[in-house]
Design a protein around this ligand. Structure first.
Ligand SMILES: [Zn+2]
Length: 197
């Protein structure tokens, strides 16, 4: 009788051990699945969170589908920029590159194609009494501008991605991908971002 009891206690202990080991494994797997969320996932923030990391002008354009003034300061800088990549100012997704940049004389940065097509989405836009095609960042949903087709530009696609320069973060060729600002109030890092010329 005594040995039978010992056996059942031993069995119970054994099954308890097995059970908790299984649980531990499951927990570990769960952690592994949820930890790296950034690379492919969408970036979602509340309006308040966006306001903390964007300038008022960036917020107005990216989150409220605004349009910057044509031929503004940002456009002048854009025209002077050489080889490099343009990232989303909201989430850091790679959007356009200098390879597809062309001068459309429209007053806004123009590209004939995205650099990374999967990071750019389009949809019909019926605002303003016309039908246009809105261009958005696929990762954060931010409004970038519009795309126009068949205007006769001498480019490989005959498309003009008409993009607000203020929502693009330019990184010269060879430079590091931009760090996306955290939710602390926007402070300009001293000198780091300064252009040489
Ligand atoms: Zn984005």
């Amino acid at each position: 009788m005594k040995s039978a009891l010992t056996l059942s206690v031993a069995l119970a202990t054994l099954s308890l051990c097995a059970c908790s080991a299984e649980e531990k494994k499951e927990n570990a797997m769960e952690t592994a699945n949820t930890a790296p969320q950034q690379p492919t996932g969408k970036v979602e923030k509340t309006d308040e969170e966006w306001k903390k990391i964007l300038t008022p002008e960036q917020y107005r354009i990216l989150r409220q589908a605004g349009t910057e003034r044509a031929n503004g300061e940002v456009y002048k800088q854009f025209k002077e920029q050489g080889a490099g990549t343009y990232y989303c100012a909201g989430c850091g997704a790679e959007l356009f590159s200098s390879k597809e940049k062309f001068d459309s004389h429209c007053g806004w940065p123009s590209f004939y194609d995205p650099a990374n097509a999967k990071n750019v989405t389009t949809k019909d836009d019926f605002t303003g009494g016309m039908v246009r095609t809105e261009v958005n960042c696929a990762k954060c949903g931010g409004h970038l501008g519009h795309v126009f087709k068949g205007e006769g530009f001498d480019t490989p696609t005959d498309q003009r991605f008409c993009i607000n320069g203020i929502v693009l973060k330019f990184v010269p060729a060879g430079g590091a991908k931009p760090e996306v600002k955290k939710e602390e109030p926007a402070k300009v890092e001293p000198k780091k971002e300064e252009e040489k010329k």
